[in-house]
Write a protein that binds this ligand. Structure first.
Ligand SMILES: Nc1ncnc2c1ncn2[C@@H]1O[C@H](COP(=O)(O)OP(=O)(O)OP(=O)(O)O)[C@@H](O)[C@H]1O
Ligand SMILES: [Mg+2]
Length: 353
């Protein structure tokens, strides 16, 4: 028995031995670690939702000296899912009757990945369906009542153009997201001049800022330390932050871009440089902050839609920064405004050119 226990403890996945009354006769350390309430002598039912069918299945397997597999979901607040492979073992020294050996595989990460994928597909479908529904409504009107009304025609074509632009935005954001995700594990190796990158980003949102009546104030030190990075990606990340600052702040307010070497004790805990975008918008409630970088997450959906938002902008920023081994921090005070700061590691001296 002692040797058996030692061998079982050497196995890193949970393993249990059930006697012919389906009670736990032996279990390894991994099993006790995975199921803290586990007790030998108890029935398996204590661990999760075991319905009658499962019990019957185990009994038949035992009676037939066969093998089977089944899935259980634990009864905890955070439910875990296990795939259990069951095999009958006969002629064990200390067991008169045949026993069942159960090996557990934790399927929870797989289940989470699956549900993330289906949530994602559901979100994408929903985001595409809304503009399509709107467009088909406009087409119907133009074919019906609005047929001979040039004014209505103009209005509806304009609205259709807006919806098409929204779908185009969504598709190009989805593409950017999947591209940065695919490259995430490969950190860029080429030195980059951040000053030029920031300049490029600010320039490309200047017209939008002017149109929306926002002032852009740049406080960027002239010789920023070199980082390793992709110019277009980092410019994209910065543009997304700037567009948000423009879209979610008051008319006549100022957006400040600051960039300089980050002080010691910065979130990266290494020599770093930061680029921050501060707005004088209405701010973001603290409980919403951790969720902002989730795909499709928007605090006020209709407001974001009005400015053509898809809710993917910050998810893209996050992935770009992860690829650059950087980090995004978000600080916000309700009624005062928000600051989004990107920290990037400074290139090691030998890598400088
Ligand atoms: N500077 C900001 N001030 C206030 N709220 C903000 C700010 N930046 C982002 N948000 C909130 O975070 C949400 C997510 O931002 P994100 O950039 O990911 O998506 P979006 O702006 O809605 O769409 P897009 O994909 O076009 O960027 C926004 O909908 C908005 O509610
Ligand atoms: Mg955005």
């Amino acid at each position: 028995m002692k040797n058996q226990q030692k061998v079982l403890n050497g196995i890193s996945v949970p393993v249990m031995l059930l006697d012919n009354e389906l009670r736990i006769a032996l279990a390894n350390n991994a099993a006790f670690a995975s199921f803290p309430s586990l007790q030998t002598g108890e029935s398996l039912g204590k661990l999760g939702e075991l319905d009658r069918d499962i019990e019957t299945l185990l009994q038949t397997t035992l009676a037939r000296r066969g093998a089977t597999s089944l899935t259980i979901v634990t009864n905890e607040t955070f439910q875990r899912e296990f795939l259990i492979s069951v095999k009958t073992v006969t002629d064990l020294e200390q067991f008169a009757a045949p026993t069942l050996v159960l090996t557990f595989e934790d399927q929870t990460p797989l289940r989470i990945a699956k549900s993330m994928r289906s949530d994602f597909v559901a979100n994408v479908s929903h985001e595409i369906r809304s503009p399509l529904t709107a467009i088909s409504g406009f087409v119907e009107t133009l074919q019906g009542d609005g047929k001979d009304d040039p004014e209505a025609g103009k209005l509806f074509l304009g609205l259709m153009e807006k919806e098409v632009a929204r779908m185009t935005n969504l598709v190009s954001d989805l593409l950017s997201l999947s591209k940065v995700e695919a490259k995430e594990s490969r950190a860029p190796k080429k030195p980059l001049n951040l000053n030029q990158t920031i300049h490029q980003a600010v320039e490309s949102v200047t017209a939008l800022a002017r149109k929306r009546g926002k002032h852009l104030d740049c406080k960027v030190v002239p010789d920023l330390p070199t980082v390793l990075g992709k110019r277009d990606d980092l410019a994209r990340a910065l543009i997304n932050l700037l567009e948000n600052a423009i879209n979610y702040s008051r008319e006549g307010s100022t957006i400040t871009v600051t960039a300089q070497a980050a002080p010691n004790g910065n979130p990266l805990n290494m020599p770093a440089v930061f680029v921050s975008v501060r707005d004088q918008g209405e701010g973001i409630p603290a409980r919403e902050i951790p969720r902002l970088t989730e795909r499709f997450y928007r605090i006020d959906k209709s407001r974001s839609r009005n400015v053509g938002g898809t809710g993917l902008g910050l998810a893209i920023v996050k992935h770009i920064l992860v690829r650059h081994r950087g980090v995004l921090t978000i600080n916000s005070t309700l009624g005062t405004g928000s600051t989004f700061t990107a920290y990037l590691p400074v290139a090691a001296p030998q890598q400088k050119k």
